[in-house]
Design a protein around this ligand. Structure first.
Ligand SMILES: C[S@@+](CC[C@H](N)C(=O)[O-])C[C@H]1O[C@@H](n2cnc3c(N)ncnc32)[C@H](O)[C@@H]1O
Length: 343
């Protein structure tokens, strides 16, 4: 057997603080001028893929500070290589979710140019909830742009383009810089990887360039626990029956004002005992899925806590979600005695 069961070491480690920043380790919001070592207009690309567009933009605007956000590791790795190879100095790459980055890393009215190139269209209606562009996202984008700042979106999916045109029209404080909601060519633009593919296949592209032209009301965002809040957890003494706990949790839904929690999935540990609880949380326009772990914590003790993955932040909704799951566990296991709790 030997090494078969061992997890291989990561092929690549991000740890290059000069270029790559991990969302979960950044202060909210980031003092970008300090991060770049100089003030400068902020330009942000969300979902930068291989980084070609970002690198070209950085060369075209040497005085600007450019931030790219991408949630997938592999493209971030390609982009990092590119920045090094091409000697690009005025770019920082953030590994994390674009919505979260926009919401928490950037001050209102701070971005001069925001770019979303070829966001995944998720054409099936039942997958629309996976789209990056939602009315809530566009509202947030408008709020983060400075007055006169530009939001540029490109897509080759005609259905998505129609949806985007309508959604932009409904977003407060934005207007198209053109007479029409989109144009089919933007001269001088560096085509992205997806754009090249679309153009090579003869698919027309739709380019939206919308300006922040008016007031934008503050969007509803998750409330963050301030101060020295520790991640919510609870420890019990007792002997829970995991089947009972799972039965108590399966499909549960809770609502408190604007916040909704739903148990999306339950997974039993393959080795040892334990449950992984997938919890969907929606607060205002913010929707995220977190994983909570319920497992033994020393002899006779059990712990419920968020899993340390996915750039979790101590939001109030997370704390209240852990509270609800803890209550359900206690309902399923009458003999449990709380030993310690931060919820
Ligand atoms: C269709 S690709 C387009 C890549 C590149 N912009 C281009 O035009 O070639 C969409 C990219 O957005 C990234 N992405 C999708 N949803 C995201 C999110 N919520 N946060 C950050 N990146 C995201 C994907 O990982 C992928 O790299």
């Amino acid at each position: 057997m030997g090494d078969v069961d061992r997890i291989p070491p990561p092929r690549f480690q991000l740890g290059d603080p000069r270029w790559v920043l991990e969302l979960r380790y950044l202060p909210w919001p980031v003092a970008w001028a300090a991060c770049f070592g100089r003030p400068g207009p902020l330009h942000v690309e969300l979902g930068f893929g291989d980084g070609a567009f970002l690198a070209a933009l950085a060369r075209r605007m040497p005085a600007a500070n450019l931030v790219g956000v991408e949630r997938a590791l592999e493209p971030t790795r390609w982009a990092l290589r590119r920045m090094r190879r091409e000697g690009v100095e005025n770019v920082r790459l953030v590994l994390g979710d674009a919505f979260a980055a926009l919401a928490f890393l950037f001050e209102p009215g701070s971005i001069e140019g925001l770019y979303v190139n070829f966001p995944d269209p998720w054409p099936k209606a039942r997958h629309h909830h996976r789209r990056l562009l939602t009315p809530g996202f566009l509202h947030l984008a408008a709020h983060r742009l400075q007055p006169g700042g530009l939001l540029t979106i490109a897509t080759d999916d005609p259905d998505y383009a129609l949806w985007i045109a309508e959604a932009l029209r409904d977003t407060p404080g934005l207007e198209s810089v053109f007479e029409t909601p989109w144009v089919h060519a933007l001269p001088g633009r560096e085509p992205t990887r997806y754009e090249r593919k679309a153009l090579a296949a003869g698919r027309p592209c739709f380019y939206f360039v919308w300006r922040r032209s008016g007031a934008v009301p503050a969007p509803v965002l998750p409330r963050i626990m301030r101060g020295e809040a520790s991640m919510p957890h609870r420890i019990w003494e007792g002997d829970p029956d995991l089947s009972q706990v799972a039965a108590q949790l399966r499909g549960r839904l809770w609502q408190d004002g604007e916040t909704i929690w739903r148990v999306k999935g339950l997974y039993r540990a393959v080795e040892g005992e334990g449950l992984l609880i997938e919890l969907l949380m929606a607060e205002g326009s913010w929707v995220e899925t977190v994983a909570l772990i319920f497992r033994p914590h020393g002899p006779g003790l059990w712990i419920l806590k968020p899993a340390e993955i996915g750039g979790l932040r101590p939001t109030l909704a997370l704390k209240m979600g852990v509270q609800r799951i803890a209550q359900a566990i206690e309902e399923a296991t009458p003999g449990l005695r709380v030993v310690s709790s931060t919820i």
